[in-house]
Write a protein that binds this ligand. Structure first.
Ligand code: HEC
Length: 105
């Protein structure tokens, strides 16, 4: 293959990879947002259903840690242990990322 054709080919591969990566990150953001919509029904500050803690300012790592603790039973709770069991570790990462960044923008 001539060098010029090869460069074009490599450029096309690089551009495609970049598009795939951008698309994947948009999908991850959307998944986090979709899961997070369910969390907001209880955790939103506009709804006063007893003592539901605010998630604002917890940060990504802390959110993941607490959700994993609920899921594994190391952290006590009423609804959260059951809820957390319904999500994969990957979904927990996605929603924590959403809640700690995008949702507050
Ligand atoms: C049905 C209402 C409800 C929904 C829906 C809900 N939560 Fe909760 N959440 C609670 C309650 C109540 C607590 C206090 C612990 C308990 O009793 O389970 C809590 C506690 C937490 C905590 C610990 C906060 C702290 O200060 O320690 C985290 C983190 C959390 N929820 C994240 C989430 C996420 C993420 C979602 C969505 C996947 C979610 N919650 C959906 C009711 C809810």
């Amino acid at each position: 293959m001539p060098t010029q054709t090869m460069s074009r080919c490599l450029l096309a591969v690089a551009a495609t990879s970049l598009l795939v990566a951008i698309e994947a990150s948009a999908q991850a953001r959307n998944s986090g947002r979709d899961i997070g919509a369910g969390c907001a029904s209880c955790h939103s500050q506009n709804i006063a259903l007893g003592k539901i803690p605010s998630l604002a300012g917890l940060g990504n790592a802390e959110l993941v840690a607490r959700l994993i603790e609920f899921k594994s039973g190391r952290r006590a709770g009423t609804v959260m242990p059951q809820l957390a069991k319904g999500y994969t570790d990957e979904q927990i990462e996605l929603v924590a990322t959403w809640l700690s960044s995008e949702s507050t923008k």
